[in-house]
Design a protein around this ligand. Structure first.
Ligand code: SF4
Length: 325
């Protein structure tokens, strides 16, 4: 599969004020991420809260400029495409279907709004297209003239998906699209996203803290920690034989305990580190159950393992050999 959207050494920093007598500090929300999103795949992005997933999503959508690196879509820098050019090809579905829909607009006008903004079609053509796409996401025509407050959470998320699809995008960036929904509704929305992908040939970036959901929907998974990708692998390989100790700990944290054996040891006992003061060397070293002496001073580099990559000294035989020589 060829790369459709590509991030190269992507960085996003924020200056954080510490009060009148304290110095301003820099928060690296995304810190040197390179990844490609291939046509037709579902790239899952996982990690704990605060690891930079949503900042990365906003940059991939062209909604937030990076402070370093660049993003290309089909080889063209997205800065050349502009906001409107990006919106035609990359669309978002956000977490909260309650706040992402304008309460004063009817469902049909919310869904048709992107066409209106881009000056596509007449008002009646836009309404016809909105009704068609509402039908595709499983909302009958009787919903068209209702308001968001009259819909359930799952129905509102269907509206948000319809609005994302009306521009016929190639890529949909889904940022925690089911986490605000009741568990009973989550699988309906996931199945809808899978059906639409098959039917429309979509490519998804799927951001979630829920590993079970990502295992279900993603074809590849990037694991993020403190603004970096630490492992990127095919979904089956990542869940069957994770390489990075953080990935292992995340997977252990969702295991259900064996009867009589208590809660499984996750290795993530220490709190998430302060992003304003990240640990030196490997940023995961204070929490890592497998850390070695060099981990607190030398940052691991990426190594390739077949089609997968990982940033950990345990999997970098050259660096380990150089250090022990
Ligand atoms: Fe653990 Fe060291 Fe690997 Fe970091 S580089 S994940 S501290 S073993």
């Amino acid at each position: 599969m060829s790369a459709l959207l590509e991030a190269q050494d992507l960085t996003r920093s924020f200056t954080v004020g510490q009060g009148m007598f304290k110095a301003r500090r820099t928060l690296h929300a995304v810190n040197g991420i390179s990844l490609d999103i291939r046509k037709g795949e579902v790239l899952g992005i996982v990690g704990e809260s605060g690891c930079g997933k949503s900042t990365l999503a906003r940059m991939l959508l062209g909604l937030m400029p990076p402070t370093g690196g660049r993003i290309t879509l089909d080889g063209t820098d997205i800065r050349e495409l502009g906001r409107k050019g990006m919106a035609r090809r990359v669309q978002p579905v956000f977490q909260d279907p309650y706040s992402s829909l304008n309460p004063r607009r009817t469902i049909a006008s919310i869904v048709a709004l992107p066409l209106e903004v881009h000056g596509i079609g007449t008002a009646s053509e836009r309404r016809r297209q909105a009704l068609e796409i509402l039908d595709k996401v499983g909302l009958p025509q009787r919903f068209a003239d209702r308001y968001p407050r009259e819909l359930s959470g799952g129905q509102r998320q269907r509206v948000a998906i319809a609005r994302a699809l009306i521009m016929k995008p190639e890529i949909v960036v889904c940022d925690e699209p089911t986490s605000a929904l009741d568990v009973s509704v989550q699988s309906q929305i996931l199945n809808l996203l899978m059906d639409l992908r098959r039917e429309l040939g979509l490519t998804y970036v799927f951001i979630s803290h829920n590993l079970a959901v990502v295992e279900h929907i993603a074809t590849r998974v990037a694991v993020m920690y403190l603004g970096r990708v630490v492992e990127l692998a095919e979904t089956e390989a990542l869940f069957r034989t994770p390489r990075h100790p953080y990935t292992k700990a995340l997977l252990a944290s969702v295991l259900t305990p064996e009867p009589g054996e208590g809660i499984p040891e996750t290795g993530l006992g220490l709190a998430f580190p302060d992003p304003l003061n990240p640990p030196p060397g490997c940023p995961f070293h204070p929490r890592c159950a497998e850390r070695m002496s060099q981990c607190s001073s030398i940052a691991p580099r990426f190594t390739q393992h077949g089609r997968d990559v990982v940033a950990c000294h345990l999997h970098d035989s050259e660096q380990v050999a150089a250090i022990s020589a």
